[in-house]
Write a protein that binds this ligand. Structure first.
Ligand SMILES: [Zn+2]
Ligand SMILES: [Zn+2]
Length: 264
């Protein structure tokens, strides 16, 4: 499987020459395999995803904060009726999911009624896509700690395991954290919400994000092979991220950047 980071910025896109290395697009993570394509979230990075016609395409949402949905209409390939995209979420039922996008992309906020226009988008129950995919891979969802709720995902294929845990606030709900550690054990890759530094956390308690240092600790607890820090703060520029990257004490942790493809 290839894990492709199309957007690694949290909260809001950044567009400035100091943000070119890690990129300014908001969160969108693709898992690409010869037999399937799974895209987690459609932040502005979604505009760069190539929707493939030779395998099923699943677009799965962790939650519906703007930075995870706002790219949906800006990938011009979804306006091609022959591109069938199955949309789902472990957080809500299919009819609620459809309603989220009907409301978010209606003429008050967007020029056309997107969901009614795009008949090639199919909203389905999460259990159904798990069954759909069962011959190709194992997909499961896990609860994250985030205001309004968020769903993490675990994809397993041929003894390889990838966990996508965006957005999550570590250290507030031990039951949730322990479940995450147990389920992420020995992962080949964990995608981690490293929005903050430890020193920035106290005034941001309850905002729903973890720190870079917590990601390092999580990588040790889970004995994973690698952990990608993502969902970078929109204020953290390339120079600052480079500095944190150079100071990393773990060689299995790295900072994801826009356009990175990581094979597991
Ligand atoms: Zn977010
Ligand atoms: Zn969020």
């Amino acid at each position: 499987m290839d894990v492709i980071f199309h957007g690694v910025r949290g909260s809001t896109p950044t567009a400035d020459h100091n943000f070119l290395k890690y990129g300014g697009s908001t969160t969108c993570t693709e898992i690409l395999h010869d037999q399937f394509q799974i895209i987690f979230d459609a932040g502005t990075g979604f505009q760069d995803v190539a929707i493939l016609k030779d395998r099923p395409t699943y677009l799965i949402f962790s939650h519906f904060h703007y930075d995870h949905i706002q790219g949906l209409p800006f990938n011009h390939q979804i306006f091609d009726p022959s591109n069938k995209v199955t949309i789902s979420s472990g957080l809500v039922k299919a009819d609620q999911l459809r309603e989220v996008f009907v409301r978010a992309f209606q003429p008050m906020y967007f020029p056309i009624p997107l969901v009614d226009t795009l008949k090639n988008l199919k909203f389905v129950e999460f259990d159904l896509i798990v069954t759909d995919l069962s011959d190709l891979c194992s997909l499961s969802t896990i609860k994250l700690n985030h205001p309004g709720g968020a769903a993490g995902y675990i994809v397993e294929k041929n003894d390889k395991k990838v966990c996508v845990f965006l957005d999550h606030e570590y250290g507030l709900e031990p039951i949730i954290d322990n479940e995450l550690v147990d389920n992420a054990k020995d992962s080949d890759l964990i995608v981690w919400d490293g929005m903050f530094l430890d020193e920035e956390l106290p005034p941001k308690k309850g905002w729903g994000h973890s720190s870079i240092e917590q990601g390092i600790a999580f990588s040790e607890k889970t004995s994973c092979k690698s952990l990608a820090i993502a969902h970078h703060a929109p204020t953290r520029n390339d120079e600052q991220l480079n500095e944190h990257s150079n100071n990393l004490t773990s060689d299995k942790v790295f900072f994801a950047y826009q356009g990175l493809s990581h094979s597991v």
